[in-house]
Ligand binder design. Structure first.
Ligand SMILES: [Zn+2]
Length: 528
């Protein structure tokens, strides 16, 4: 079963009653926009988003909510920001920090906006909200009172579930300091049923300095916020969440989710949403944080592939398997090959298996409705073709197809050419890059066997001027034994003669697309 259908089925089973009552199931995911958002966060978006799409397809009402946690303190400085300008804001809620540009309302919104665009372009359409809305509108007031009244239970839960010991003067809340505006540096040490007493401690955290202010304040209406784990369960209650998974780092035994679950049951007395844990989505093998990460932001990765290929990367593996997106490796051509294979199966008639379902859901719900078969030229082949300026791509691809290109074929070709260009420009590995050498490479030196093999190839082509890729391939194969020559030596001679490097695209095909006069002339020159 396609994993999104499996999760949707399990969730629907758990929430049968709510579904029958006609109320929509609430699906939720969140991100703290503390900097440029890493593409890894798209995995959560895609998993929750696809569960939502599957439920919708099954006629089960649901709403997908995506939260930006703009009340979290700034606890790290992204390297790409003006360090001097932003250092004083360390410890402040992200929403209270100015935007790096002059357009966004604040720091959180600036980074959230960029991520929202990626989410929308990938075809997901959650309803976005900021956690500050919950605090400022008083929706968190009841859970704040409950948590303070039952602070002893929460201390015990921390100790029992995660082994973290909290003293009797620890309360599950951080006040926004009335003097310096920081929320990461304050410690609440007393609660009298109406107000909390707090101190803004200089050494409370390593990454920010408190101002030493001491005060007493009503902790409602946005004056204070919960620590992460308690806030998580409070949001299940306030938002009414039915389905919410998390990355495996939060789902370890005794980790954040376990603490949140215990608090939900014992303190807030709310049902824990249908849960699942998912593996990471990495870039180039690393799970970079928001504060570093150049080249691994959601925007940068999303710019490298069209939406359906991004969705394929996000959806092709089971949620228990990590995905490593390596723009500098084989990921992009491999994804295209996988896409082509899925398309072949789908349009070949196996629409109703797991691969067919995966193929449907990697297309945005708009595209899904009117999918048409079109010719899919192999991406890696196009990546070579676009580097040969003398070629008409449409003609070559029509030859590959064995028929004229339709309008849909041409559109597909244009898109693939565009993305092949982007890939070659910044990322493609060396072996995919080549430049046809206008003259014989200066240091070319071929052995007798190599010259002999190329000589025979020349004779073959002179005799058969319209030989196609397969025929040339067969000839090369035959030369190995008739000369004889080691295959590696033969191919090296060819690539060196035309590309000035020892490797290149599939030789028979490559030679067949070269300008024939040029091909013959070059062979004549190198066998001299
Ligand atoms: Zn302060």
């Amino acid at each position: 079963m396609f994993w999104a259908e499996r999760l949707a089925e399990e969730a629907a089973k758990l929430h049968q009653k709510k579904i029958q009552s006609g109320k929509p199931l609430v699906i939720r995911d969140e991100k703290t926009p503390s900097g440029r958002v890493h593409v890894g966060s798209m995995r959560g978006v895609a998993i929750h988003g696809l569960i939502s799409e599957v439920l919708t397809q099954q006629g089960i009402q649901n709403e997908f909510l995506y939260e930006f946690n703009d009340m979290d303190p700034m606890d790290g400085l992204p390297v790409y920001l003006d360090q001097e300008k932003f250092r004083p804001y360390m410890g402040m809620p992200l929403r209270a920090i100015p935007s790096p540009d002059s357009k966004a309302k604040n720091y959180a919104e600036y980074f959230a906006d960029e991520f929202k665009e990626v989410i929308k372009n990938a075809g997901f359409s959650p309803r976005f909200y900021n956690v500050s809305e919950l605090y400022l509108r008083g929706k968190m007031d009841v859970p704040i009172k409950e948590a303070l009244d039952r602070a002893e239970n929460i201390r015990r839960i921390y100790q029992e579930v995660s082994g973290s010991k909290k003293g009797s003067d620890w309360f599950p809340l951080s006040v926004v300091c009335e003097k310096c505006g920081k929320v990461g540096t304050t410690r609440v040490y007393a609660w009298d049923g109406e107000k909390v007493s707090y101190r803004c401690e200089p050494e409370y955290v390593e990454w920010a300095r408190g101002c030493s202010h001491e005060g007493t304040i009503v902790p409602f209406g946005g004056n204070a916020k919960f620590p992460f784990k308690v806030e998580w369960s409070a949001k299940w209650k306030v938002v009414g969440v039915d389905i919410e998974g998390a990355g495996k780092d939060h789902m370890t035994k005794g980790g954040a989710h376990d603490v949140a679950k215990a608090v939900a049951k014992e303190v807030f007395r709310v049902l824990v949403p249908y849960e699942f844990s998912y593996e990471f989505f990495l870039v180039g093998g690393g799970k970079m944080s928001s504060s570093k990460g150049k080249g691994s932001s959601a925007k940068e990765i999303a710019d490298l592939v069209p939406p359906h290929i991004l969705r394929l990367a996000l959806a092709s593996k089971d949620i228990k398997q990590a995905f490593n997106f390596d723009p500098e490796g084989e990921t992009i051509p491999t994804l295209y090959d996988l896409y082509d294979k899925l398309a072949e199966g789908y349009f070949g008639g196996t629409k109703d298996d797991d691969y067919g379902h995966l193929f449907e859901f990697i297309h945005t719900s708009q595209v899904r409705k009117g999918m048409k078969k079109r010719y899919l030229p192999r991406f890696s082949t196009l990546a070579y073709l676009v580097q040969m300026p003398h070629l008409s791509l449409e003609e070559e691809v029509a030859k590959m197809k064995g028929n004229k290109l339709t309008k849909d074929d041409t559109e597909e070709l244009k898109e693939r050419v565009d993305y092949a260009g982007r890939w070659l420009k910044g990322h493609a590995p060396e072996k995919y890059r080549f430049e046809l050498q206008k003259t014989i490479p200066a240091n070319l030196s071929l052995s007798r066997a190599q010259k002999q093999a190329l000589g025979r190839l020349l004779a073959f082509l002179e005799e058969k001027p319209d030989a196609n890729g397969e025929e040339i391939h067969a000839k090369l194969h035959e030369l190995k034994s008739s000369v004889p020559i080691e295959p590696a030596e033969l191919f090296k001679a060819l690539y060196l003669s035309f590309l000035g490097k020892e490797s290149g695209p599939k030789a028979g095909w490559f030679l067949s697309v070269l300008d024939r006069t040029f091909l013959l002339e070059r062979l004549r020159e190198v066998v001299k």
